[in-house]
Design a binder for this molecule. Structure first.
Ligand code: ZN
Length: 183
């Protein structure tokens, strides 16, 4: 005879009012997912990873993450890991020509400006990653394309937590608290 308990007895019952972490909650719109990721150009070394810092927290269904990655996450649960290839059109879009802009040097503060490197430029729309093209005496030419524009990317993802978003988070369209907005 098998020594295993019958399936119906193997399921632990949860006492009313207890606060066990809900398992099996799937990723869907208006839920918050915390996850680790590593991103690379397909077939190449990783460009960036969250593994050496806190996981990222994203509100699903509000345009907070590239569409190809969000689509791949749907219906996954905490504890799941997966890899996905995302075409540039579903990632950071295609590279666009003519996005070079001349910016006064003072806008970069004390940042070292080396052609070919990426720096963060403070714009009216918030911080933006740009690529330094040419450094003059008083002005800097930067390429406004996202550094990963035009690239097909591979993501390795580990889902850490899935929870319901609060009403306030849904109204704001972003996550509050751990890994999100602090306000
Ligand atoms: Zn908010």
């Amino acid at each position: 005879m098998a020594a295993y308990p019958a399936a119906d007895k193997a399921v632990p019952t949860t006492a009313p009012g207890s606060h066990q972490i809900e398992s099996g909650m799937k990723i869907e719109k208006d839920r918050v997912v915390r996850f680790h990721y590593t991103v690379s150009e397909i077939g190449q070394e990783p460009i960036e990873s969250s593994k050496d810092r806190d996981p990222l927290a994203i509100l699903i269904g509000h345009g907070n993450i590239i569409p190809g990655l969000e689509a791949a996450m749907m219906d996954k649960e905490a504890g799941e890991s997966f890899g996905v290839d995302v075409k540039s059109a579903e990632a950071y879009g295609e590279r666009r020509e003519g996005l070079t802009q001349r910016v006064p040097k003072k806008h970069f503060g004390t940042t070292r400006l080396i052609p070919g490197t990426q720096v963060i430029l403070q714009t009216n729309f918030g911080p933006r990653a740009v690529t330094v093209e040419k450094v003059g005496m008083t002005v800097v030419d930067v390429d406004l394309n996202h550094p990963m524009a035009g690239k097909d990317l591979h993501f390795d993802v580990e889902i850490i937590e899935v929870r319901e978003a609060s009403e306030e988070e849904v109204q704001h369209g972003h996550v509050h608290g751990d890994g999100g907005h602090q306000h």
